[in-house]
Design a protein around this ligand. Structure first.
Ligand code: ADP
Length: 222
């Protein structure tokens, strides 16, 4: 089991009602789930909880059998670097570092040694030519930056990849190419994936498709 949620409740501050109220939810290894719902319904909040960036107000989240709220902040950062790949809407690349160095830095945090050749292979597999590997990330197009962010998220061979609405800045053709490349990599490395979007057009390549409203009793209304 990669993710197991029980009786999860989350609110941003004590005197506000819950953004999330999820009695039960789980994800098996190698499973890829497409989670959709309108904005403001708690999708990003859930991803931040899965990544251990936020902690539950009540209930439990186990990732790979580990109850992440039992770790302190520093332990969570280190654990996340080794086991979870995260791609947020803003890719959080370091713009003055090259594409390759952004990935090598993640490898350093995740304890992956000799990552340079694997980083190059990943970039290549994601359609970034060698000529661009040494370019500062800030000089790449949005589509290229997205691929660098995916390569960075995969460099430590995480068991779980979390991707938040990554295609909103892409046109339809680039979006389809990006999705195909992403899913190729995830299936090749047998990574479990939680992919969040409001764009149902992307759902058809996933075997498991869920509306956040079906798992979240709070429905984001508060
Ligand atoms: P989605 O990803 O589906 O758009 P979010 O998880 O971002 O939804 O937001 C769910 C609800 O929580 C929204 O009502 C939003 O305003 C609120 N929210 C999100 N982030 C914060 C925050 N840092 N502090 C307070 N409220 C927040």
């Amino acid at each position: 089991m990669v993710v197991s949620i029980q009786d999860l409740s989350f609110h941003y501050s004590k005197n506000r009602t819950a953004v999330l109220d999820i009695p039960q939810w789980s994800l098996q290894s190698r499973e890829q789930v497409f989670l959709h719902g309108p904005s403001g319904t708690g999708k990003s909040t859930l991803l931040n909880l899965l990544a251990g960036i936020l902690l539950p107000s009540a209930g439990t989240i186990d990732i790979l059998g580990k109850r992440i709220n039992t770790l302190n902040g520093r332990q969570r950062d280190s654990w996340r670097a080794r086991h979870i790949g995260v791609v947020f809407q803003q890719f959080n690349l370091i713009y003055y570092l090259s594409a390759l160095d952004n990935i090598r830095l993640a490898a350093l945090f995740g304890g992956t040694v000799n990552a340079t050749s694997r980083a190059s292979e990943l970039l290549q597999a994601l359609g970034i030519d060698t000529a661009l590997h040494q370019q500062p990330a800030g000089q790449l197009s949005i589509g290229q930056q997205q691929r660098v962010a995916i390569a960075r998220a995969l460099i430590n061979q995480p068991e779980l990849l979390i991707v938040d609405e990554p295609t909103s800045a892409l046109d339809a053709r680039n979006r389809d190419v990006f999705m195909a490349l992403l899913l190729d990599q995830v299936r090749l490395h047998q990574t479990a994936l939680v992919f969040v979007s409001h764009d149902l057009a992307l759902a058809n390549t996933f075997s498991r498709v869920e509306a956040i409203a079906d798992i979240n009793r709070a429905g984001g209304i508060h």
